[in-house]
Write a protein that binds this ligand. Sequence first.
Ligand code: GUN
Ligand code: ZN
Length: 450
Amino acid sequence: MTTSCPSSGPPARNGADCVVLGRLIDFAGDPAAFGAAAVRDLPGGALALKEGRIVWRGAAAGLPAEFGDAPQRDYGRCLVLPGFVDPHIHFPQYRILAAGGRGLLDWLDRFAFPEEQRYADGDHAAAAAEMFLDLLLAHGTTAALVFSTVHEEAADRLFAAAERRGMAVAAGKTLMDRNAPAALRDSAETGLRASERLYARWHGRGRLRYALSPRFAVTSGAAQLAAAGEFLKSYPDALMQTHLSETEEEIAEVVRLFPDCADYTDVYDRFGLLGPASLFAHGVHLSARERGRLGEAGSAVVHCPTSNAFLGSGLFDIGPYSPDGGTGAPRLAVATDIGGGTGYSLPATLGSAYRTAQLRGRRLAPERAFYLATFGNAEALGMEGEIGRLEPGFFADLAVLDPRATPLLAAREALSETLADTLLALMILGDDRIVRASWVAGRQLHPGPG
Ligand code: GUN
Ligand code: ZN
């Protein structure tokens, strides 16, 4: 499974295990807020890696002598980026892409819930976890926030597979105590206890984190949401993930189920689920009040453009999430939302976000898009100190992209004059073929040997 740079060279006797050469691209912040100063583009760059982390970055011509003996991996004119971070994806839906439903609730009933029932079988979950994580890596994604199923063992199997790869994965067992098949329901009490056990087993173990995962207010009643709020009080370093304001039909159902709440966001707010470690997927139809409240709480809204288009959920407006869109907006993240989403590629997902913005009369600059898929998503997960940038001290999680990966891309790249041109072509034309390699903690995991 692993090709590590030193395996092909002598044992490290020097300051680095390995040196990666290529065109280094990363983002020190949101280019929409900080402008060109936030964009770092270094052709002929070098990264020295040691014990899973970056220990030096700079021009290859200036590589310090202490790293001179380390084995080198030269990616030439390929782009070396921080590995992509997917902040909203469903592991048990890894193969149900392209299942045509009439809308979210119908799609859940006819495709997602039947498939998720298979994860009662731990062996099925274990095999799926291998496939799922390999698919992430094949698309340059090295870290993720993941929904598992209601089954405790399925989450165990996912964490174990992520641990074997050394990936930064945050995940949680789904909580659902109503409006779902009996085989997928827990209760306020059993869901809480299973979440506590999973937290105890996995949170903080290596690079793994626990994310409390109430599916949404349609499938969790008041008692379960209250238990979720209690969990977050007891374990303030856990993440929280759920769905919010994805479709009109879903919103109408939540209003019917929680008539005393001001709006959908208020449902989660009343149970103490808003906070800086909370990520809310979709947020397509949020009001200004809801955005303001989420922003005040420091929460993130996760834009899932391919899913919103596929399920017909609506056109997300990035306008309010721009620095000039008014203060107080929540943090913005971008995700695939597999299996409602239509592909694992974050660059292609950015292409979908770009098209959605165009349809809303907005513009998503390619540099901002790639910032979101790397450092921006890492910030939303609270992992901005360890992933998302090519910086000494950060984990050596890398996505190596070839802007000339196909004949069409090569011909298009010949016309590119700026980094923005190159990135936009990758967003609009790219898929897994653009991923030359994925590295996790200093090891090349994709492509594997053979
Ligand atoms: N809302 C509640 N569950 C889901 C899910 O599995 N996928 C999507 N896209 N939305 C949801
Ligand atoms: Zn989702």
